[in-house]
Design a protein around this ligand. Sequence first.
Ligand SMILES: [Zn+2]
Length: 374
Amino acid sequence: MEIREWRRLAIQSVAFFMVVLVSSLGFTRRIRHQLEAGVRAEDYKASQNREMVSPQEEKEAPTMATKALVEQRSDTYIKIPKEAVASPAKVYLQNRYMDFQVILTFQGVAPGSIDEGNILRVQGYHVSNGKLGKSDSIYRKIEVADQGHQNHEKNKVQLKFTLKKAYEPILFESDEAYYISLLAARKAHDKIVVVDAGHGGMDEGTSSANRKYHEKDIVLQVQEKLSRLLDKVDVTVYYTRTKDEKVSKKDRTRLANGLQADLLVSIHCNALQGGVNTFGVETLYAGKDPRYGKMSNKELADVILNQVTASTGLKKRGTIRRNGLYLLRHAKVPATIVEIGYMTNQGDMSLMKKEIGQQKIAEGIYQGIMDAVK
Ligand SMILES: [Zn+2]
């Protein structure tokens, strides 16, 4: 069930500030660098496969891209010459796509060895470094966080690139430099799906009549099962959250729109206080035509509803047009909210709380997504 607008505003007004060490050294210069675009893919070392890092996860990501990914690299990339970072023990890349952030970490490099001056921003034949121009089309912010550990083996330097939209970053290296290719996600992947587990963190959503179960947990458990199914097919999936945390509705739609995803499915549970005999599945959609994608919101709502009810045997309540809901109103891609059942109804609830029931719901959403992207 959607929380009311006033409550959303109140929650969103809580702001978080991060203090980050920013190196302001360096200066802006533009030079023509014709050699850049001529570097051949086979010159690059390729090792492990790419792996999507979940929105806020801090785990280490694989270092280098495969040759195939290197070959589809963009002519927009970041170059860090190796003369600045002599033989680091470890180099890894994190894609914090919910924040449009790409973080490159060098472990085991001398303090002060990297500053804005030796981070080269390449766009075709144009190379720049130092301070960003105010209207830079790619980068919102570049930050260098250097631990400053005098023992360089223990020192860690993080380069945080905040971008203006979602890119698929690919890290690779040649003998001379490290590169992060910034390919628009839409160009990197054939099929892009955004799955949104509703609510999270202090926003618990609705709950069962006995208050024992909360919507935010049920939808995450369903999403976990859905993700295992989607992992096996050739669809690139982005999740707006993968754990119990608060994510604003603005960030949820921004991700789907920034990716120009094929579709956005938001998973929720319904409730009707005092309405214990109300049960079944609904999918909600906005009447407008999405800017991106190949289907209408209603068509997406239809396939998800049909598959979830077929898979679970739950009552098909129907598709409901809801133009006012934030997520549906702001999505520029085909979008639907699937209300998988009523938490205030005993029958729906007994299915939604069990592993087997959640598995059936996940299979239904999975089939609906496959119908939609085929
Ligand atoms: Zn909800």
